[in-house]
Write a protein that binds this ligand. Structure first.
Ligand code: HEM
Length: 148
């Protein structure tokens, strides 16, 4: 059961960040200011209210699973998790809230662009780390061939 929960929470969290990332790039490239404001608002609500519990559940269930598993792959996943969590808590969440407020006020200015750039870089970093954790996890569970 914790294994299934970990799989679902991990994939859901990664999919959420990928969706926020892609929706942001698409709407800011092709959408109106109103559409950008709508996407920025949806990322905060319900987005963050799904993402934060999903990341917490992934970390919690991952550490639980690691009690009965050891080795290089588990160690690497454990080391990545604090970066994923800190990046989410201290960069992605504040950025999403600030961007939502600025967009709702119609302030598509330098501050918006700077925070947006920071959010995209942090999002890409988390997607990379989470992707590496998925690959390591699938190797641990035997769904992917081990990297010999
Ligand atoms: C965002 C972070 C993470 C993601 C996206 C993630 C994703 C995954 C995925 C997709 C699997 C394969 C599950 C399956 O095939 O049934 C897995 C397995 C596993 N993960 Fe994670 N994981 C994350 C964090 C962690 C952390 C922090 C730990 C703790 C060290 C951890 C420990 C494990 C273990 C031990 C397994 C193997 C379970 C088994 O087959 O016995 N994961 N993970």
């Amino acid at each position: 059961m914790p294994k299934k929960a970990h799989l679902i929470a991990g994939l859901l969290a990664t999919l959420m960040i990928a969706t926020f990332f892609l929706a942001t790039i698409l709407v800011e490239s092709f959408g109106s200011h109103e559409a950008v404001a709508a996407v920025k608002s949806l990322i905060v609500l319900p987005g963050l209210f799904i993402l934060v519990p999903a990341i917490a559940a992934t970390g919690g269930s991952g550490f639980y699973l690691s009690k009965s598993r050891q080795g290089r792959l588990v160690d690497a996943k454990k080391k990545r998790m604090p970066f994923i969590a800190a990046n989410g808590l201290f960069v992605l969440i504040p950025c999403a809230i600030v961007l939502d407020r600025l967009a709702a006020a119609g302030e598509f200015n330098t501050a918006f662009n700077t925070v947006q750039a920071l959010e995209l870089v942090a999002g890409a970093a988390n997607l990379t780390l989470m992707g590496m954790n998925i690959r390591g996890g699938l190797r641990l569970s035997g769904r992917l061939r081990p990297n010999l």
